[in-house]
Design a protein around this ligand. Structure first.
Ligand SMILES: Cc1cc2nc3c(=O)[nH]c(=O)nc-3n(C[C@H](O)[C@H](O)[C@H](O)COP(=O)(O)O)c2cc1C
Length: 262
């Protein structure tokens, strides 16, 4: 009996040990793979909102990398000044969300309606290359995030080279209700954004998600019915990120570099 008890304990300990080793080693061995998948997923999101890949299109790793390299230039900016970071980390490996969560690489966010608590010191932006080589870039992709009803929504806003006209929007992660707030993913709703303007004549962010139909208002898109809170979250995150505490300084620097030309 005594032997039986000891045997059971030892057996259970051995099984626990074996599984602990298995779980730890697979986490270590799969780390590179996970990071590579994260990078690939990010490239897919960027290419989709830039209109360089169809939503849901199945492409191989090498092909995605090729389209990305040919069309996109990733740059790090200092959010506060809007200047490019020249001696920072490699943009390919930079994770803006991790940076936001880390006190060493983020700052307390100023009061805002987007529900943001911290802001990364550096932002990762994507320039869509001008294939004709005439303009410095043909469009711009900016990471956005902000609170909806249940969750923080993460996405990208794509701008045309005038830095005012919206080219597209995408949300790649959120926890809103499917069929209600989750309609931020609906291609029909997202299509509303194309061609709308972010800024008014005075340079302030005036774009908003209207409760109801926006008609031909150049600064508004239709609200999502039954999801006023998520819709308002979209308005407020764009208000923040396109404003002075978000990408405003960077957009101003780009305009200044282009000689003030719109
Ligand atoms: C189960 C459930 C899920 C909901 N999910 C959302 C949501 O994802 N986003 C949202 O804005 N409102 C959601 N709502 C509705 C909100 O509680 C609120 O009533 C709504 O935003 C008001 O929108 P309306 O004025 O267009 O009706 C949900 C309500 C229920 C009961």
């Amino acid at each position: 009996m005594q032997y039986g008890k000891r045997y059971t304990i030892l057996f259970a300990a051995a099984v626990c040990g074996v599984f602990a080793i298995l779980v730890t080693s697979s986490a270590v061995l799969l780390k590179d793979r996970q990071e590579e998948n994260f990078r690939l997923d990010r490239m897919k999101n960027v290419l989709t909102v830039a209109g360089l890949m169809e939503p849901g299109q199945k492409l191989g790793r090498a092909e995605i990398q090729k389209i990305f390299d040919e069309n996109i230039e990733s740059r790090l900016i200092e959010l506060k000044t809007g200047q490019y970071v020249t001696d920072g980390p490699d943009p390919a490996g930079y994770d803006q969300r991790k940076a936001t969560a880390d006190a060493a690489t983020s700052l307390k966010a100023p009061d805002n309606r987007a529900g943001l608590v911290r802001l990364p010191k550096m932002g990762l932006v994507y320039l869509i290359k001008d294939r004709q080589g005439v303009r410095p870039f043909s469009g711009l992709l900016l990471p956005i995030e902000g609170k909806g009803l249940w969750s923080t929504l993460y996405g990208y806003l794509a701008l045309e080279s005038d830095l005012n006209t919206i080219r597209g929007i995408t949300y790649y992660q959120h926890g809103e209700t499917p069929g209600l707030g989750g309609e931020v993913e609906n291609p029909k709703w997202k299509a509303n954004f194309h061609g709308k303007k972010v800024y008014g004549d005075d340079g302030r962010v005036v774009f908003y998600v209207k409760k109801g139909l926006a008609g031909d208002d150049p600064h508004a898109v239709d609200g999502i019915s039954g999801a006023t809170i998520t819709s308002r979250g979209v308005t407020w995150m764009l208000e923040f990120w396109m404003g002075k505490d978000g990408y405003g300084p960077y957009l101003a620097a780009l305009k200044a570099a282009a000689g003030g030309a719109e």
